[in-house]
Ligand binder design. Structure first.
Ligand SMILES: NC(=O)c1ccc[n+]([C@@H]2O[C@H](COP(=O)([O-])OP(=O)(O)OC[C@H]3O[C@@H](n4cnc5c(N)ncnc54)[C@H](OP(=O)(O)O)[C@@H]3O)[C@@H](O)[C@H]2O)c1
Length: 261
């Protein structure tokens, strides 16, 4: 299927690896020029050279979501180099594992400023161009944990729900301008973040990391973790003109892990 994405431009936050990289690869394969944002220059350079070696257009911009001026500079540099942004992937790092009771105000504030607020601000920065062109795609990465909260990642459950409320409101505000806003809910997908959370689970429960990962895989109806490529394929469809009638939605990419309808 031709996703009709050729010639578009995407800004991918957290694009050097994991879910963001999966989305970057899927869009680049459809002829989208991808601007990748992450903190580490090495990971960015590796991703850009792998994507460009396949004949696609890509550029990396080092910036930290917790430092707004660096993100604003990265977005403006990306627009200058690749042109107006048609597709924005609002993605971030994840918070450290914990419950919610007793989490300090400092942690709540720091995580809000790294995972939530910069996504709202960068969207506002890019909406003007999308409105002027009467076309845009805003895709947010949240988590299955906004539907079925996970006890060990309380900060994630809580702050990502703010993204869901914001996204639903925004979808209505932008719908007449040809801009869709959708939120992806990944279940366990094989990335460094999953290994990091499995390490924490293994330490808590005195089991090996492999056992923690296997237990997670066994608990998913499809019997395995997902791949960044599978996540990227769903995102690429939602980013395409073919998905013009899908907006304000939460889309699960979780192998059936959420048990409710
Ligand atoms: N994988 C899953 O199963 C899963 C499930 C549900 C939700 N999620 C959530 O989805 C998001 C992405 O997860 P992932 O699995 O793709 O993680 P990952 O493999 O660790 O990749 C995270 C990406 O974000 C970048 N990043 C992290 N912190 C950043 C910051 N402060 N500023 C700019 N870039 C930053 C990383 O690069 P640098 O480190 O170089 O900055 C990297 O490119 C996370 O919020 C995670 O909690 C993941």
């Amino acid at each position: 299927m031709d996703l009709q994405l050729k010639g578009k431009t995407a800004l991918i936050l957290g694009g050097s690896k994991g879910l963001g990289r999966g989305v970057a690869d899927a869009l680049a394969a459809e002829g989208v020029a991808v601007a990748l944002v992450a903190r580490g220059q090495e990971g960015l350079s590796r991703a850009v050279s792998e994507i460009t070696s396949r004949g696609a257009k890509a550029a990396g911009f080092a910036a930290d979501l917790a430092n707004w001026p660096s993100i604003e500079d990265a977005a403006n540099a990306a627009r200058k180099q690749l042109g107006a942004i048609d597709i924005l992937l609002n993605n971030s790092g994840g918070p450290p594992p914990s419950g919610v009771a007793g989490v300090s105000a400092k942690v709540w504030e720091e995580q809000f400023n790294a995972m939530v607020l910069p996504l709202f601000r960068i969207t506002d920065l890019l909406l003007g161009d999308m409105r002027a062109r009467k076309w845009g795609r805003i895709l947010n990465v949240a988590s299955m944990s906004v539907v079925e909260p996970i006890a060990t990642i309380g900060v994630s459950n809580t702050l990502r729900s703010a993204i869901v409320g914001w996204a639903k409101t925004l979808a209505t505000e932008t719908a007449r301008d040809g801009i869709t806003v959708n939120t992806l809910l990944p279940g366990p997908i094989a990335t460094d973040r999953t290994v990091q959370l499995s390490r924490a689970a293994a330490a808590r429960e005195n089991i090996s990391v492999e056992q923690a990962i296997k237990r997670s895989a066994d608990s998913i109806p499809v019997g395995r973790l997902g791949t960044p490529a599978e996540f990227g394929a769903v995102a690429a469809f939602l980013a395409s003109p073919l998905a013009a009638y899908v907006t304000g939605s939460l889309i699960r990419v979780d192998g059936g892990a959420i048990r409710s309808v």
